[in-house]
Design a protein. Structure first.
Length: 225
C-alpha cells in the first residue's frame, strides 16, 4: 500500500509539473509574440522571438523543477538519516513517540503501544519515517521526472501561441492568437484545479485573467516602441 501511495504521489507530482509547465509556456510565449506583434508584422521576427522564448523558458522551467525537487529529495534523505541516529541512540523513546502519533490519530494508548512495537520490530526506520515524516526510505521523489515533464510541457504549451500567430492571416493574427490562448488557459486552469481538488471556476477565471492581462500589457508595450 505504501508503495502504491508513493507511486501515486510521484505521478501526481510529475503531472502537476506538466500542467504548470504548459500553463507557463502558453502565458509567457503568448506575452512575447503578442508584444512583438504590437511592434511589427514581420513574420521572421515573430518566429525568432517566439522560438527564443520557448527555448529559454523550457530550460528555465526544467532547471527550476530539477533544483526544487532535488532540494525536496535532499531534505527527505536528511530527515531519514537523522531518524536513524535517534533510533540508534534512544530506541525506546522512539517507540513511545510513534505510539503517541497513533494516540493522536484516535487509537487507545494500549493499542498504540502494541502497534508501534510490532511495526518497529518489523521495520523501525520505515515505520517512523512514514508515520512521523511522511517519507518512505529509499523511495524518494525523482527530480529528473519533474524536470523533463515541466520542460516538455512548457514547450508544448509555448508552441500553441507561436503557431497561432505564425499560421494565421495578418488581419486576424492577434485576435485569433488571443482567443486561442485564453481557451487554452481556461483548460489548464480547470485541470490544475481538478488535480488539486480546488474549485474550478475561480481557477479558470484567474488563469484567463492573468493571461489576458499579460497579453494586453505586452501588446501595449510593443505598440509604444
Amino acid at each position: 500500500m505504501d508503495h502504491i501511495t508513493n507511486d501515486f504521489s510521484q505521478k501526481l507530482n510529475v503531472l502537476r509539473a506538466g500542467v504548470l509547465g504548459a500553463n507557463d509556456g502558453i502565458v509567457s510565449t503568448a506575452g512575447i509574440v503578442i508584444g512583438v506583434a504590437g511592434a511589427t508584422t514581420h513574420t521572421v521576427t515573430l518566429l525568432i522571438s517566439g522560438l527564443a522564448g520557448l527555448v529559454a523558458g523550457a530550460l528555465s522551467m526544467g532547471g527550476g523543477e530539477y533544483v526544487s525537487v532535488s532540494t525536496q529529495k535532499d531534505t527527505e534523505k536528511a530527515v531519514v538519516e537523522a531518524e536513524k541516529v535517534r533510533l540508534r541512540d534512544d530506541y525506546e523513546g522512539e517507540v513511545s513517540e510513534l505510539a503517541n502519533i497513533y494516540v493522536k490519530n484516535g487509537l487507545s494508548e494500549d493499542l498504540s503501544k502494541k502497534v508501534a512495537v510490532e511495526l518497529m520490530n518489523k521495520d523501525a526506520l520505515g515505520a517512523h519515517a512514514r508515520a512521523e515524516l511522511g517519507v518512505k526510505p529509499n523511495d524518494y521523489v525523482n527530480p529528473w521526472y519533474a524536470a523533463f515533464s515541466s520542460m516538455g510541457s512548457f514547450s508544448i504549451g509555448a508552441t500553441l501561441p507561436l503557431l497561432s500567430i505564425l499560421l494565421t492571416p495578418l488581419s486576424i493574427r492577434v485576435p485569433f492568437t488571443v482567443s486561442t490562448v485564453l481557451i487554452a488557459l481556461g483548460l489548464t486552469g480547470y485541470i490544475s484545479a481538478h488535480l488539486g481538488g480546488a474549485p474550478k471556476k475561480p481557477a479558470v477565471i484567474r488563469n484567463m485573467f492573468v493571461g489576458a492581462l499579460t497579453m494586453a500589457v505586452t501588446f501595449t508595450v510593443g505598440r509604444l516602441i
